[in-house]
Write a protein that binds this ligand. Structure first.
Ligand code: ADP
Ligand code: MG
Length: 595
C-alpha cells in the first residue's frame, strides 16, 4: 500500500487549533485581554461591534512588539513567555502556549498596530486566514492595538453556530469581568458599538468588585483570609442572605488567573451549608496564591482548569476559612468549633507567642486637649485591686460620684452578655460595659500616645502585605504617611503599591488589609466627626476599624483584659465618638427595683 500520511499545512493546523482555543468572540476577547496584561499594560481598552461578530479590538499601553516579533507572534508555538519545558512549572504569565494569535489569524481578518518603547516608529501588520497580506510602518504610541474582524469568515459552520448578539455579548462581559477582577491595578474601558459599557478605574480588590457589580455589593462582602504553607488565600464571600439564584458571582483566581474548579467550589458550598436555601448559590471572590510548581495549568487549551498537587488540603483550608469568617461576622448561628486549629496558623508562626488582647501603656495624665503639662506616671492595670485607683475620671454628664468610689471585689467575676456587653461586679453593684466602645477607647488612646510620645511599638509582619491604591488613596496616604509611621506602621510606597512590613503590636496581621482600606477610604465617603488634629482623626479611624465588634465572643481572659485596659484609660467614660461606654447598677437601685 502506498504511503498515505502527510503533514498538514500550517494554515490547516492553525485552523484545527483554533477550534479548541477560539470557540466564540468571547474567547478572542479573553486571549487579547490576557496578552495585554502579560505585556504589562496599565490601561486596556476593549471595543466591540455586534457582540464581537463584526469586530473585536483591544488597545493596550504595554510593551509593544518589534518588527520581527510581531511577525513571529502569529506563528504557532511562538511565545516570548516560556523558553523550555522547565518554565512550565514557574508560569507567572497568562499565556505560554503561543497559539492564540496564530489561531485567531487563521479564522479572521486581523490588523495589528504596535510599537515598543525603544523604536521610533511602529509596525502595522495585516493577516487573514493565516496569510500575511501587508506589513508597513505605522505611527502609533507605545503599545499594541489588535483588531479582529469577521471572526470565522472561513469557517461557516462555526459562524452559523454563534448565538444571538445578546448571548454572545453576555459571554464577552463574563470574560471581561474575569480579567478585570483579577487585575485591579489596571484601568479598563469597554465600548460596544461606540457606546461605553464599562469604565473601570484603578483600585483595590474590594472596590474593583464594587465597580463591576455595583456599589451595593460592598456591604454584602465578608473578608476571608488565610495564610498556610500550602497557599495564601484572600478575598471575599457574599453574606449568605444575599445568595443568588444564578451563579454569576463565583470567582476563583489562581495566581491571578480565573479558573473553574468544581471541587473547590464544593468546599465553599460546604461551608455555607445550612445558611442558604436550596437553589441559591453562594457568592465568592477568592484569590489563591500558590507555588506554580505545585499546580498544572496546562491541562486545558483555554487554561481555565488547574490541577493542584494538594487539592484535598486546599479544600479543607478553604472550607475552614470560609466557615470561620462566616462565624466571625456572625452570620452563622454558632461559631465553628470544629475548625482545625492546625490550619489557623502557618507553621512558622506557630512557634511564636500568640498576641494577647491589646495591652496598652497609658500616660494617665495625658490629655489630648492639653498638650502642656505632662506627668510620667502610668497606671498599673494588672491587678483588680487597683483597677479604679488613681484614676482621675473627668467630669461628665454622668453622675460619677458613685463610680469613683467603686471598689472591685477581691475575686473578679466577669461574663459576656449578648456578645455585646461585658458584665462585671464591683463591691457596690454591677458594671455593664459595651465591649465595642470600650475597645475603641483603649485603642484610640494607645494610638494617640504613640503619636505624641513617639514611643513606636511595631511588629514585623510575617508576610508583607501589598495593597494597591487608587489615586485618591495615594493622595491620602501621602498626607497620613508621617502619622502612620509614628503609630508603628512600616510602609513603603512605590507608585500605587503599598508594601506593609510592620504594624503596631496592637494590630493583628489579618486586620491590616481592612485597616488600610478603612483609613484610606476617600474622605467624602467617610462620615465626619470632630477631631482636633490629623493624628487624632487617624487614631479615631484606626480605633474604629480595629476594635472588637459587637457580636464577637470573648474569652474570660480577654474580657478581663479589656476591662483592665479600659480603666487604665484617661477617659474611660466615653468612646472616642462620645458615646457612653458603661453603666452601673448599684445595690440601692436594685433594692429600689426589687422592692
Ligand atoms: P502566548 O500568549 O501564549 O505567548 P499568543 O499567541 O497569545 O501566545 O501571543 C504570542 C506572543 O505575541 C506573546 O508571547 C507575546 O510575546 C506577543 N504578544 C501578543 N500580544 C501582545 C501584546 N498585546 N503586547 C505585546 N506583545 C504581545
Ligand atoms: Mg496569549
Amino acid at each position: 500500500m502506498a504511503d498515505i500520511i502527510s503533514l498538514l499545512p500550517d494554515h490547516v493546523a492553525n485552523q484545527i487549533a483554533a477550534g479548541e482555543v477560539i470557540q466564540r468572540p468571547a474567547s478572542v476577547v479573553k486571549e487579547l485581554l490576557e496578552n495585554a496584561i502579560d505585556a504589562g499594560a496599565h490601561q486596556i481598552q476593549l471595543l466591540i461591534k455586534d457582540a464581537g461578530k463584526t469586530m473585536i479590538q483591544v488597545i493596550d499601553n504595554g510593551t509593544g512588539m518589534s518588527i520581527t516579533d510581531v511577525r513571529l507572534a502569529f506563528e504557532r508555538h511562538a511565545t516570548s513567555k516560556i523558553k523550555s519545558a522547565d518554565d512550565l512549572f514557574s508560569i507567572s504569565s497568562k499565556g505560554f502556549r503561543g497559539e492564540a494569535l496564530a489561531s485567531i489569524a487563521a479564522i479572521a481578518h486581523v490588523e495589528v498596530h504596535t510599537k515598543t518603547e525603544g523604536d521610533e516608529i511602529g509596525t502595522c501588520l495585516k493577516i487573514s486566514g493565516s496569510e500575511v497580506n501587508d506589513q508597513e510602518v505605522s505611527v502609533v504610541p507605545k503599545g499594541t492595538s489588535i483588531a479582529v474582524k469577521n471572526l470565522f469568515f472561513n469557517v461557516p459552520a462555526r459562524r452559523n453556530f454563534l448565538k444571538s448578539d445578546k448571548v454572545e455579548l453576555r459571554h464577552i462581559i463574563d470574560e471581561f469581568h474575569r480579567v478585570v477582577l483579577s487585575h485591579p491595578e489596571v484601568k479598563f474601558l469597554f465600548f460596544q458599538n461606540g457606546s461605553e459599557l464599562f469604565s473601570i478605574p484603578v483600585s483595590n480588590f474590594r472596590k474593583r468588585i464594587a465597580n463591576v457589580f455595583g456599589n451595593k455589593i460592598e456591604e454584602k462582602l465578608i473578608p476571608v483570609e488565610e495564610m498556610t504553607s500550602v497557599a495564601g488565600l484572600e478575598g471575599f464571600v457574599v453574606k449568605p442572605e444575599f445568595a443568588k439564584k444564578s451563579r454569576g458571582q463565583q470567582f476563583f483566581f489562581v495566581n491571578r488567573r480565573f479558573i473553574k474548579s468544581p471541587f473547590l467550589h464544593h468546599a465553599i458550598c460546604n461551608a455555607f451549608e445550612g445558611l442558604i436555601r436550596d437553589q441559591y448559590h453562594p457568592g465568592y471572590f477568592l484569590h489563591i496564591q500558590i507555588d506554580p510548581k505545585t499546580i498544572d495549568i496546562n491541562i486545558h487549551p483555554t487554561k481555565t482548569e488547574v490541577k493542584f498537587e494538594e487539592e484535598q488540603h486546599l479544600y479543607a483550608i478553604i472550607k475552614s476559612m470560609v466557615k470561620h469568617s462566616l462565624g466571625m461576622f456572625q452570620v452563622t448561628p454558632v461559631l465553628d468549633f470544629d475548625r482545625d486549629p492546625g490550619l489557623d496558623t502557618p507553621y512558622s508562626l506557630q512557634q511564636k507567642n500568640p498576641k494577647q488582647m491589646p495591652s496598652v501603656e497609658i500616660d494617665s495624665s495625658f490629655n489630648p486637649f492639653n498638650q502642656g503639662g505632662k506627668s510620667q506616671n502610668k497606671v498599673a492595670k494588672s491587678s483588680w485591686e487597683t483597677l479604679y485607683s488613681g484614676l482621675d475620671i473627668p467630669a461628665s454628664p454622668i453622675n460619677t460620684d458613685e463610680e469613683l468610689k467603686l471598689a472591685i471585689e477581691q475575686t473578679p467575676k466577669v461574663f459576656q452578655l449578648f456578645k455585646k456587653y461585658i458584665v462585671t461586679t464591683t463591691r457596690s453593684g454591677l458594671l455593664i460595659i459595651n465591649q465595642h466602645r470600650a475597645h475603641k477607647r483603649v485603642l484610640y488612646e494607645a494610638f494617640l500616645t504613640s503619636i505624641t510620645k513617639k514611643n513606636i511599638n511595631s511588629q514585623q509582619l510575617m508576610f508583607p502585605k501589598e495593597i494597591l491604591l487608587s489615586n485618591d488613596q495615594i493622595a491620602l496616604f501621602k498626607e497620613y504617611d508621617e502619622n502612620l509611621s509614628a503609630m508603628g506602621f512600616i510602609v513603603k510606597r512605590q507608585k500605587n503599591k503599598l508594601t506593609i512590613t510592620g504594624v503596631p503590636s496592637i494590630c493583628e496581621d489579618s486586620q491590616v488589609g481592612q485597616l488600610f482600606e478603612d483609613v484610606l477610604a476617600s474622605t467624602e465617603s467617610s462620615e465626619h466627626f470632630d477631631s482636633f488634629s490629623q493624628g487624632d482623626y487617624i487614631a479615631k479611624l484606626m480605633a474604629r476599624s480595629l476594635s472588637i465588634a459587637t457580636n464577637k465572643s470573648l474569652s474570660t481572659l480577654e474580657q478581663q483584659a479589656l476591662v483592665d485596659d479600659l480603666f487604665a484609660c484617661k477617659e474611660p467614660l466615653t468612646c472616642p465618638f462620645n458615646r457612653k461606654i458603661f453603666i452601673t447598677l448599684d445595690k440601692e437601685e436594685l433594692d429600689k427595683k426589687l422592692n
